[in-house]
Each structure stands twice: as C-alpha cells, then as structure tokens.
Design a binder for this molecule. Structure first.
Ligand code: SF4
Length: 474
C-alpha cells in the first residue's frame, strides 16, 4: 500500500487530511532510515476535522506547570477551562497538594463585561491566605480573560508584593497556538524567565543534573532516579515532575540537563545553554537500550563509565528472563501506537525490543522532527498519521486490525467498544513504564490486554437472559 493508495474512507469530504497521512517507503525515494518521508504537522486543524488536540492553556497548565507540587495552580478564566485541565494526569509528587486542589477565578458574564483584574487579585490573595503552606501561585491565562484585556502580568506583580511569594503569570491563552504544544513552549519560557536563576545557592554542583521533560506519571521517576544516583550524580531539579518551586529557582546550578521529552522541554534546556552555558543531552527513559544509553551518556559526561556498566549489567540480568518470556508470547503481534508526541517514537523501539511490530504510529501534536524519528524507526509499510481524529482511529482499528492499541484516555473507550485490546500509555492505568523495571510492567500490561478473554466475549451473540432474571422481571 502506498501513500497515494491509502485513503481513509471517513475523509472523502475532508481532502485537507491527506497531507497528514503517509505510508513509509511508498514514494520510492525512501531509504531504510526513513529519510525522504514527510508528513504535514504542527499546523492549524482544518474546520470540520474533529481533532483530539488540546489548547495552548491545556499544554501549559496540564503538562508543564501543573506538576509543580507546592504552588497554588490558579486558572484565570471560566470554570470549564479549569475542569478540563485538572484531574486526569497522574503527575504525582511527594506532596500531592497540586493534585488535590485546583483553583479558578470562575469568570462570569459580569466579570467579562466589567473586567476580571480585581477578581484575579482577590482570588490570589484569598487562596494564599487559605493555603499558607503553598510556596507561590501559578496563574494561567485563558481565552476570555485575554480577549477582554485583563492585565494579569500587572496583577501578578502586585500580588507578589501583597503575599510575599512568587506569583507567576503564564500567557497561555488557548488560542495562541495550533495545539497544546505551544503551551509547553510558553510554560518553559515563563518558568525560565520568572524563576530559574532567582536564587544562587552555594555548594558543589559539579556532579549535579536536572531531569528535564519527565512529569512523573504514576511515579515513573522511581524507576530511573535511583539508577542515576547510584551512578554518582546528584539530581538537583526535575522539570517538572515531582518538583518544588524553590528547586526550579536553582536549576541553573546543574552541570548537565538530561532531556527526556524532546518536544515539551528542549526549550528550557536550550535557553539554559544560551544563558548559563549548561550543556544538555537528549535521552529516552523508556525501553531497555534507551535507558542503558541514557545512563551511559550521563556517565560519559562525568567520567563514570565503569559504574554505568555495572548498573546496566545488573539491571539487564534482573529483567532479561521476564522480557524473553514476553518476547515469545508477542511473536507476530502488531501494535498501533498513538501518543501526544515523542512517546510514539520512543516506543516503536521499545516494542521492537519486545518482539512487537508497529504497523501504525500517530501523534496529537508532533512536529517535523518527531515525525522524522517516527519514519526513521517504523518499518517500511508502516502507516503514519498526524493528529488523527476518532473516525480515522476507528478505521485503523477496524481495517488494519492491530493486535493491541497503545494510546490514552481519549481513545480508551473507542478501543473498548470496538473490542480492541488496549493499553493506556498516556496516563497509565497501572504503570509506571519508564526504566528497566517499567519495561517489564509495560510488557505485562500488553500481554494482559492481548490475552484477556474479554474481547471474544464482547461481540458474542447476545444470549437469552437466565431464567432467574426472567422470573424476576415477571
Ligand atoms: S480553548 Fe480557551 S476557553 Fe477553551 S479550554 Fe482552552 S483556554 Fe479555555
């Protein structure tokens, strides 16, 4: 099947979707490394296309700012913006204050007509008084408050003086970008400008690193941080999983940034490199070879290679028998992976290590460099889709028939209704999936999904009700 031959039936009235769909290796110019393949990405969604994308505010609040554990997370906008930004990403932390509460100015019609600055200031002060242990306030701007011209930046400045704690204002109005990806960028820039470098602690930071671009979904960090520490490095700051606001202030003291999510957090690593000269390395913390490489690259930077090899050898010995068990069970099984961005390409390699073949890969907000990596990793003939909508997902599930679908909350029930084995790789129903031990857990969950008898029962002929039910109905 070539890109020209492949057509989603659901898109007959939406030809604008065609440039967002490609089959690797079908154009004749492709090399085995995927060079030459191209897909349109990171552009505005076509009207009529029921995209699953989030808004800029969602990316800033939900992904980058939201995991900071000890600040009041305040949305300046209507209640609906707050609801959809909170409660579905399990970016846990030592203190889950940020997970327990969400705050919103709850802008109503009167506020929209007469302005919301007074209400914003009141809300910040009230929340700070109610929760005196919070170490600051993050204020996220939304569409409506931007359109009426509220000067949230000025309010934040005044509020900082009034409460004596940092009040950081994120200009992340939902309409500012084509997807949540713009919100990641704004989150990075704002934290960098407002917080990083604002304190200058004394000490020896020659072996200090920041883990950048991991959000500690269901404690992912527990799978790899002890390994980095055993290596002999100190983890100074996380950006932003399980982080405290004071740690963000001093992250410029680290000797190295270790960047996991290239899409949502390379921005801050680049800004730190420019301003403070802090080098960074790109790593992947999912998959056996990748986590081993992450440890090796970090070790090489600090001259700790021997420790790295010792740790890797020990961890491999622990998991290899289990991984081999799953490899045998996964022979011939095919996966469709759909994630927000980099996980799609992180995991193609991970599936390969487990003996699974990726037949289709998609992202919600990937950019050109994400798709380059996907084309580089997926096998020839693999289907690649940018920002798929639900009808397209349904067609992939019913026509291409993967043995397992690895995606997120929005797609979970589509898969369940269609009777397709599903693993939640976005927010994890179980997890964590990072590191060596996470790989075994991931394999276990894929195996459980594929092997579950429920899928066969789901579409079985409906059976007559048991007699006891009929009697009860009479
Ligand atoms: S698009 Fe605008 S109104 Fe909608 S959730 Fe995002 S910030 Fe709120």
């Amino acid at each position: 099947m070539t890109t020209e031959e492949f057509r989603f039936q659901c898109n007959t009235t939406l030809p604008e979707r065609a440039p967002h769909v490609a089959v690797k290796g079908s154009c004749g110019c492709v090399r085995a490394d995927g060079a030459g393949c191209f897909i349109s990405s990171n552009v505005a969604t076509t009207p009529g296309d029921m995209t699953e994308r989030g808004c800029t505010y969602a990316g800033c609040r939900g992904v980058v700012g939201g995991p900071v554990q000890d600040v009041i997370q305040l949305t300046h906008g209507p209640i609906g913006c707050a609801f959809f930004s909170w409660g579905y990403r399990p970016h846990v932390a030592d203190d889950d204050f940020h997970m327990k509460y969400t705050f919103v100015t709850d802008m109503d019609e009167t506020n929209i007509v007469f302005g919301g600055e007074k209400k914003l200031l009141q809300s910040i002060v009230e929340a700070a008084n109610e929760f005196p242990d919070a170490k600051g306030v993050f204020v996220y701007n939304t569409c409506s408050t931007a359109l009426i011209g509220d000067d949230g930046r000025d309010v934040a400045k005044r509020a900082t003086e009034m409460i004596g704690k940092p009040v950081v204002f994120f200009e992340c109005e939902g309409f500012r970008g084509v997807s949540q990806s713009a919100g990641h960028h704004i989150g990075n820039e704002t934290i960098f400008k407002e917080l990083v470098g604002s304190v200058d602690p004394e000490g020896d930071f020659s072996r200090a690193i920041n883990i950048v671009g991991d959000y500690n979904i269901k404690h992912d960090m527990r799978t790899f941080e002890p390994l980095f520490e055993e290596l002999g490095v100190k983890i100074l700051t996380r950006f932003t999983g399980n982080v405290r606001v004071d740690q963000l202030k001093s992250m410029h003291k680290a000797a190295l940034n270790v960047v996991h999510c290239a899409r949502s957090a390379t921005y801050i690593a680049e800004m730190m490199q420019t301003k403070y000269g802090t080098p960074f390395i790109d790593v992947t913390l999912f998959g056996i070879k990748a986590i081993a490489q992450a440890l090796r690259d970090t070790a090489t930077f600090f001259g700790l290679e021997e420790q790295a090899e010792r740790i890797i050898e020990r961890e491999l010995a622990k998991i290899e028998p289990q991984i081999e068990y799953y490899r045998q069970r996964f022979q011939g099984k095919r996966v469709f992976v759909y994630q927000g961005g980099p996980r799609a390409w992180h995991w193609i390699e991970m599936f390969r290590e487990l003996g699974l073949e990726t037949i289709a890969a998609a992202t919600t907000f990937g950019h050109e460099d994400d798709y380059e990596k996907i084309f580089n990793r997926i096998q020839v003939g693999g289907l690649v889709v940018d920002n798929p909508n639900v009808p397209e997902i349904e067609e992939i599930l019913t026509q291409i028939k993967p043995d397992v679908f690895v995606s997120g909350n929005k797609e979970k029930y589509v898969a369940y209704k269609l009777g397709v084995p599903f693993v939640n790789g976005h927010t994890y129903d179980t997890g964590p999936y990072a590191g060596f031990s996470g790989m075994v857990r991931f394999a276990r969950d894929i195996d459980k999904a594929i092997s579950s008898p429920i899928w066969k029962l789901l579409h079985a002929e409906s059976r007559p009700a048991p007699e006891s039910y009929a009697a009860a109905a009479d």
